[in-house]
Write a new protein. Structure first.
Length: 324
């Protein structure tokens, strides 16, 4: 992986944070062979210039909550306003403008049936500029979530990966977020690297209690610490959704194959007219074409692909209102 803006150390820092977003700078620095101050300085630069944010994410799949991918066909002069309105909601992510600015793509993660009904049956149908709503329920995640995209590239050596990788979550136990956990989780959704004294202040719990509960939430898989950044800084400015139709008998094998492709940042089986949705990234239109015709096109069992490149990404995990 090459970047014209950031060097190898920056990419290694991104990869380290993707493995463990709360890893102390001192540990990352020791593994990468530089000083703590260098890592802190690079981190601040990535935040300022590369859009880096470290945040907690509730894993809807582990929590047994529904996730939906929405395709909203809008009047051309209203799509951007609708996308920004959706971006302000805490139950949305991965919002983009597509189809020449007439379509909004949005992933929703409603935490309750009420949130889902409020959005799909209430607000959106009553929005005059929304001309069509297609809702695809996500059924099975093949790649994404706690699995980071940078892990597909040889950014870190095997020894560095072993030194930085946290213990795998215990997926056998129950994953749940209790009501008393909400202040802790909400604080981490704002800043996944918030210090334990900061978390102690917002939760009213002792520091030791905060440490134990956060460790429990992460160990169960209910919550994971994720990173977002502009893929442009890595030389991948083009992104889009691929709506893949696979033969039913090949659905799982196609999904598993897609999970191994470098271009795939997210892949999930879905209900709807297509049965797999993919978020793909590419260096340019030629790279996207090469992937569609070769990497994806050669998979046995793929019957149809619809491609909707993002005109602009509005929200990944977090949203900052644009200045006018």
């Amino acid at each position: 992986m090459k970047s014209h803006t950031f060097d190898e150390l920056d990419l290694q820092l991104l990869a380290a944070l993707e493995l463990d977003g709360r890893a102390p700078f001192s540990r990352i620095a020791a593994v990468l062979g530089v000083s703590d101050q260098t890592i802190a300085r690079r981190y601040r630069r990535l935040c300022a210039e590369g859009g880096l944010r470290v945040v907690a994410v509730r894993d809807a799949q582990r929590l047994g909550q529904d996730q939906w991918m929405l395709r909203l066909r809008c009047a051309p002069d209203s799509a951007e306003a609708i996308a920004e309105g959706l971006a302000k909601r805490p139950d949305t992510a991965w919002i983009g403008l597509a189809s020449g600015g007439t379509e909004v793509l949005c992933m929703t993660r409603p935490r309750s049936p009420g949130e889902h009904d409020d959005l799909l049956l209430g607000k959106l149908p009553r929005t005059p500029s929304v001309m069509e709503i297609r809702a695809h329920q996500l059924l099975h995640r093949f790649f994404g979530g706690p699995q980071g995209w940078l892990g597909k590239f040889t950014v870190l050596t095997d020894d560095q990966l072993a030194a930085l990788r946290p213990e795998a979550p215990d997926s056998t136990g129950p994953a749940r977020i209790d009501p008393e956990d909400e202040p802790l989780v909400i604080a981490l959704e704002r800043d996944g690297r918030a210090t334990y004294p900061e978390l102690q202040r917002v939760t009213g719990r002792s520091e030791s209690a905060v440490k134990r509960r956060l460790a429990g939430l992460i160990a169960s898989g209910a919550v994971y610490i994720d990173v977002e950044y502009h893929s442009e800084i890595l030389g991948y400015p083009l992104a889009g959704c691929l709506w893949v139709t696979a033969a039913p008998a090949a659905l799982h094998s196609v999904g598993q194959a897609l999970a191994t492709h470098d271009e795939v940042a997210f892949a999930s089986a879905t209900a709807g007219s297509s049965n797999i949705v993919v978020t793909a990234v590419a260096r340019d239109t030629a790279g996207l074409y090469a992937y569609l015709s070769e990497g994806l096109g050669r998979l046995e069992g793929v019957q149809h692909v619809e491609t909707t490149p993002f005109l602009r990404r509005v929200k990944q995990l977090t949203y900052t209102r644009p200045t006018r």
